[in-house]
Design a binder for this molecule. Sequence first.
Ligand code: GLV
Ligand code: MN
Ligand code: MN
Length: 419
Amino acid sequence: MSGLRIDADRLWNSLMTLGQVGAYDDPATGLKGVNRLALTDADKAGRDTVKGWFEAAGLEVRVDRIGNVTGRRPGRRPELAPVLCGSHIDSVPTGGAFDGALGVLGALEVVRTLNAAGVETERSLEIAFFTDEEGARFGTDMLGSATAVGRLELEQAYGLTDERGLTVKGELERIGYLGEVDPRRAPPHAYVECHVEQGPILAAAGLDLGVVTGVQAISWQELTIHGKSAHAGTTPMELRKDAGLIAAKINVHLHEMVASARYGTEMRVTMGRVSPMPNRVNIVPGRVVCTVDLRNPFDDLMEKSERDLADFLDHLEKTHGVQIERRQTARTNSVTFDPKVVARVAEAMDGLGYTHREILSGAGHDAQEMASICPTAMIFVPGEYEGISHNPREFSTPAACARGVQTLMDTLLGLTADV
Ligand code: GLV
Ligand code: MN
Ligand code: MN
């Protein structure tokens, strides 16, 4: 335990202030939600706010060519690799104030605490927010961090388009975040990210925090089902090629795959987007664009599920006379975090008297990209209401957020002292 305490009220105020940026009235919940989709005007406003806070905290701020923003607090030994921490401030269109923001503003709170106490670290400390972690606009998650570690080529990232055909590069330029620094970064000494759990496990166990051991595999596909649009009243059922029916069959099949337990007991499936065309009451849908999100902690079971799904799509093409175009939009294997950094996170929690358990992340995170270039770990903060997330109901208490960030502080103090 360092003895240095973060300022829980300052942290909360920052979270609530950023939560106003992109706030909207959510009709489904009647609550205020957050919509800061990557590289929109709201994201720009959020970026300007947080970048301003980085600068006000005396950090040396740089923006790279994929729009990642990093603030550096030089240590006594600036020649040594820095310790990095951060997360993202983009959101899904129906998000809350915590997903990603806690990791970024938590990192900032650590810097503010060090500044207020006049503490100099041995290694430099860098804090960052990465571009488009969510993937909810341009279709690929962890865009900024994947580019920073070289998993994605810059040109490939630049060329991704949203539903309106707008490109990542054009939108970065438009909002003023097409920076000049090479996004490929030198490996930090270590990376630590604090994030809300976004699930029910920690709250159900009545624990203060989670020590994240890794992230499960993620597979995203966009399917375009080509059928034939026709009159709803006059077209005999046997003459139809109903793309909407095919999308429904795929969704049901995905759930049957889960129920079969052939892919383990932890496979998760989601058809989050279904866009029928022409989307009118009396027209058989001629085309449907839909997405498939598969998750599995086990890479072999993930691969098996992908192969079996592909076979099922082939079968639907043959039996229903439709074509199903398939585009893999994101794919990451499961990631195991560094046992030494994981242990240091647990030690920090022990030192602070917080109860905890190990937990595998169900959601994707920038940390899984950083893990490919440096020792990495994450801290999970429990959420209320069964940890609901990607929903305006998302909420972690001020005390829970403070415990996560205090752990971040103590872990970072230890890592920056490694010489
Ligand atoms: C990121 O939020 C994910 O989809 O896991
Ligand atoms: Mn997140
Ligand atoms: Mn998210």
